[in-house]
Each structure stands twice: as structure tokens, then as C-alpha cells.
Design a protein around this ligand. Sequence first.
Ligand SMILES: N[C@@H](CCC(=O)N[C@@H](CS)C(=O)NCC(=O)O)C(=O)O
Length: 253
Amino acid sequence: MNQPELWQMHFSMYQEKVRWALDYKRVPHIRHSLLPGPHAAQLMPRFGQKAMPILRHDGKVLKNSAAILSYIEQTWPDPPLYPQDPALREQALKTQKWFDEKIGPAVRCATFYEILPDTEYSARRIASGLSGLKQKLYVGAFPAVRAVMMLDMKITPDSAEAGRILTQEALDFVAENAEQTGYLVGGQFSVADLTAATVLFPTCFPPEFPVDIPKPLPPGWEAWLKRWQAHKGCEYVRRIYREYRGQSAAIDG
Ligand SMILES: N[C@@H](CCC(=O)N[C@@H](CS)C(=O)NCC(=O)O)C(=O)O
């Protein structure tokens, strides 16, 4: 069986979901990290879409993080991320869907609204890991890339405000639902916890998030973090990361 290959933007939440699942199950894999902007020309001819994550394995191409996690669960069942009990599994998948489709885009919108205006910082964060020269070139191209990102993700003052409201709702949800057992579904770590913690990482900043985030942070993001740090939902996110994130199983680091 060949190694799975993951096409990703390394700073993004949906790619972190897939990396975490592969790492948790200790599946050796190859990561291809692309930059927003050039990524479209690299992906469209090959896969017919530009949104990542995309996973290729054994001749199959999987798109969308939930479909990829389902494939990972079937192919490498241990340790499980889906609850065994059908009703609990359904509840975990419903929670994943809510975070993927409603909370993720809203949190992303609200946090990018704080970060993207800082051209130098945003470009360096997105291009971290590249050589100094490539980062410099990317900083120069970034205003055009940012304009496309803002359109694609529909980032406006109104959508950022809606994102703030949904961020509060999501933090309240995890705090309340994990209060009894420490987990969102069935008293054990599952795809629901992995997804919630991933989607909330830009808000709660767990130190185990496995991608370097350049410091100092821009003031907008600092203020965003400060606003939520004491929330019990952030305590949950940091604990889930601390106890379950583990080490990378990527072949190339
Ligand atoms: N629902 C999708 C969302 C994927 C998504 O929004 N990907 C973004 C990064 S977070 C992306 O690749 N955007 C670049 C583009 O669409 O051109 C999933 O769960 O995989």
C-alpha cells in the first residue's frame, strides 16, 4: 500500500483536522504545503478544485475534511475516532458537521478580519517555512492574494461581527457539553472533540498547535485572544490539544 499524500495549507484549520487524524492513528504520510495564490494553478488541472485539504491514497482522491476523516477511519480504524455506538456516532458526526460548516467559516472570517490587514505579518505567517527571499516576494504579492482571500471567504465587517457571535456560541457549546465527562460525545475523545478543538485553535491558541506562528502577533489578533482566553471553552480546547494532539507522523516532518 502506498503512503497517503495530503495537499494542504499548513496554517489552516481544515488541514489541521486531517493532519491530526493521521498523526493520532500514526499513519505515515506525505504533506504537500501550498501557498494561497499559486495553489489554484497547482491544484485545478490535477484535481479539478482548489480548496484543500485533498488526500490521495491507493489511486483514490478524497476531498473535504469530513470525507477524508471518514476514509481514514475506515482504512486505519485504530485508535478509533468514531464512537462504536451508532447513536453516539451520529451525534459525533452531527457535531463535526456543525463545526465544519457553520462555526469554521465564521471563526475563520472573524480571525482573518483581525489578522489580514497586517500585510507583512499575514504574508510571513502564511509563508512561514519558506526561504527569506521567497517570503519577501510573497509579501510583495500579498495585497493581491489578500483581495482574493477576502472575496473567497466573504470577509466583511458584518461577517466578522457574525463570526464573533458564533465564536461565543461555539465556546459556550463546548464548555457546556464537555462539563460532565470532559468530552463532547460519549465520554471519550472522538472526531467531535478533534473538530471542535481544531476549529477553535485560532481563538484559544493551544501551545501544541503544530505549526510555527510568528511572534509578535498583530494587535487585532492579540485582542481577539485576550477576549476569549478565560472562557471555559478555551480551557477545553487547550486540554484536548495537550492530551491528544501527539506528534507528527509525516514522513517529511
Ligand atoms: N468544508 C471544507 C472546507 C475547506 C476549505 O475551506 N479550505 C480552504 C482553506 S481553510 C481553502 O483551501 N481555500 C482556498 C481556496 O478555496 O481556493 C473542508 O472541510 O475540507
